[in-house]
Write a protein that binds this ligand. Structure first.
Ligand SMILES: Cc1cc2nc3c(=O)[nH]c(=O)nc-3n(C[C@H](O)[C@H](O)[C@H](O)COP(=O)(O)OP(=O)(O)OC[C@H]3O[C@@H](n4cnc5c(N)ncnc54)[C@H](O)[C@@H]3O)c2cc1C
Length: 555
């Protein structure tokens, strides 16, 4: 933690040097001593310290300065750091002015110039002031701070990104805390820049206006550029399947890179509790599983890139992927493990309010914000059930909307049982959302009840959608064969009427998890016919590495 600051201000450079020297020799071990030769400069400096979340213990200003006297400076400085102790340096002739300033401007002490010897005329009084300051001092948060508003989709996207990448941060909703004096001080320190939300403040004093995940990724050290331009194995997608392939590939000596556009963990990372993964009898959260897998992969030397892959091509034995920033990586073997993404709910208002009360998937960052509210969960699969259980811990009521007449055909029995035993979860069957309403954020939804034919309009500020998922594989369209829904075909699915896929040149059939392009493999949810489970993804990712070895032995 950075040391709290003692700031002295004096336009006379000799006096400033002397006071800095005396402060540093007595307090330098515990405090950072900073000097400024102008009150205006000192106020700017204080604003910067505020944005870095530094603490200021003492403000010591000379009374007689041109343009702004010491009392005025201390009054303004108090608006930025109200708990800092304030002291004036005065000449003998100023003592009356100083005494009245003490009364009027809540200044804690005044020192007479010269203060020699400091052991008699400076330190005892300062010791008192600093002891007093220490008694009520609470260390400030020393990490990334994000300022935004709850209903802003950009703020939501950024917080979700930070949370899923497990980057610690402190969140300030500037609307909800508009009357909080500390929020006001922070916004004042930002000045006109405060209009560019979300603002991200870093502990080194730098900031990002309208912070986007990619910029923050770079700043917090998530790697966005590959270390080299060639790998034995490149994996696109860092869900369970990609992570398993990375661990097995690297542990078996392959120089491996894994490219993930959001956060390692994939869909599983959104799961609040996975209860059916072997070896974890009491379940584990998807976030935990992802964190452990990332550590394991990194221990084996896997390079993890925070990037989106947007294209692929082949050049002889090389498979080349292109990333959103235009850079390319080539490899001998390529693994596509891009999973699936949520299907959109087609209803008026839904797209407009996405991120402002309407969310696809678990919305881990939103669960706590739903405290005391009525939350709607749309969908009847396990993912919806898990999310409902998670929201029920915070929300006043959780209502699950399903089109069918029960959850029996879509959700595992253990979850149905848990839901039945949770008093603040309700099931609304034969129901589908037909419109979302609200200006700046979700306020109501219209629900069509298919059994009565009536549409009900109900108030809510949070709706989470879990209505199935589809792969996003357009970027592979001209290279890799896909089924009519975009899932990738592999192994036996490519053999039609006993014939190998068009353009296939090798004198063997495609391996079990290999696509129609030799050396391009596909595993997990994105693969046609895959079982959409964590364990299956992990299994496929691990098994595919064996085929990759066989492929590489003949490249
Ligand atoms: C809320 C929820 C709860 C679930 N609960 C369970 C459970 O309890 N038990 C169970 O067995 N299964 C559960 N599942 C299903 C399970 O999570 C999935 O089957 C599993 O995550 C699939 O793994 P995957 O690696 O194939 O794909 P995903 O997990 O979908 O991961 C794919 C990754 O690829 C990335 N990606 C996509 N395109 C690109 C690109 N172009 N460039 C770079 N990266 C890209 C994505 O960002 C994503 O991180 C749950 C799913 C959800 C959503």
């Amino acid at each position: 933690m950075p040391k709290p600051v003692l700031l002295s201000v004096d336009d006379d450079s000799d006096v400033l040097r002397a006071i800095e020297r005396d402060l540093r020799s007595q307090y330098g071990a515990e405090y950072r001593v900073i000097g400024s030769d102008s009150p205006e400069g000192a106020l700017d400096l204080l604003k910067q310290l505020k944005l870095r979340n530094d603490s200021v213990a003492l403000l010591l200003a000379d009374q007689r300065m041109p343009r702004m006297d010491g009392v005025e400076f201390l009054q303004q400085a108090m608006g930025i750091f109200p708990t800092a102790k304030r002291a004036l340096l005065t000449a003998y002739a100023d003592t009356n002015a100083a005494i009245s300033a003490i009364n009027q401007a809540a200044i804690n002490f005044f020192f007479l110039k010269p203060w020699d010897p400091p052991a008699e005329h400076l330190y005892p009084q300062l010791d008192d002031l600093l002891d007093d300051w220490q008694a009520s001092f609470h260390p400030t948060f020393q990490g990334i701070r994000v300022l935004g508003t709850r209903w802003s989709p950009r703020s939501y996207e950024l917080r979700d990104f930070l949370a899923r990448n497990r980057v610690p941060y402190e969140w300030t909703d500037v609307e909800a805390t508009a009357n909080d004096p500390e929020t006001k001080r922070l916004l004042e320190a930002l000045g006109p820049e405060a209009a560019n939300l979300p603002v991200v403040l870093f502990p080194d004093g730098t900031k990002l206006l309208e912070g986007a995940p990619a910029d923050v990724a770079q700043k917090v050290g998530l790697r966005t550029r590959a270390q080299t331009d060639f790998y034995d194995l490149a994996i696109v997608g860092g869900g369970p399947a990609g992570l398993a392939a990375a661990v097995y590939g690297a542990s078996e000596g392959l120089h491996t890179v894994m490219i993930e556009r959001e956060a390692p963990g994939g869909q599983a990372g959104m799961s609040s509790r996975i209860e059916n993964y072997l070896g974890f009898p009491t379940g584990l959260s998807g976030g935990d599983l992802a964190r452990r897998a990332v550590v394991q992969a990194q221990r084996f030397g896997v390079e993890i890139l925070s990037q989106e892959v947007v294209g692929v091509r082949t050049e002889g034995p090389y498979r080349i992927v292109k990333m959103a920033d235009g850079n390319e990586i080539s490899c001998h073997a390529l693994m596509i493990a891009t999973g699936v993404q949520w299907r959109r709910l087609e209803a008026p208002g839904v797209d407009r309010l996405q991120g402002a009360g309407i969310y696809y998937g678990g919305g881990a960052t939103e669960a706590i914000a739903c405290k005391g509210e009525i939350v709607y969960v749309v969908g009847g699969a396990n993912s919806a059930g898990q999310a409902a259980m998670n929201f029920a811990k915070y929300a006043d009521r959780v209502i699950i909307l399903v089109r069918g007449e029960s959850l029996a055909s879509t959700m595992s029995q253990y979850l149905i049982d848990q839901i039945k035993e949770t008093p603040n979860i309700q099931l609304w069957t034969h129901a589908s959302v037909v419109e979302a309403h609200g200006d700046t954020h979700l306020e109501e939804i219209s629900v069509l009840c298919s059994d009565t034919g009536k549409t009900e309009r109900v108030p809510t500020s949070a709706m989470f959608i879990f209505i199935g998922a589809l792969p996003r594989t357009d970027w592979l369209a001209d290279v890799v064969e896909r089924d009519d829904r975009g899932f990738l075909l592999t192994g036996p699915d490519l053999i039609r009427d006993g014939r190998r896929p068009e353009g296939w040149t090798l004198d063997r059939d495609p391996f079990l998890l290999e696509t129609n392009v030799p050396g391009i493999f596909s595993v997990g949810d994105v693969r046609h016919g895959s079982i959409k489970r964590v364990a299956s993804g992990v299994g496929e990712g691990s098994v595919a590495v064996q085929f990759i070895h066989q492929y590489l032995s003949k490249v």
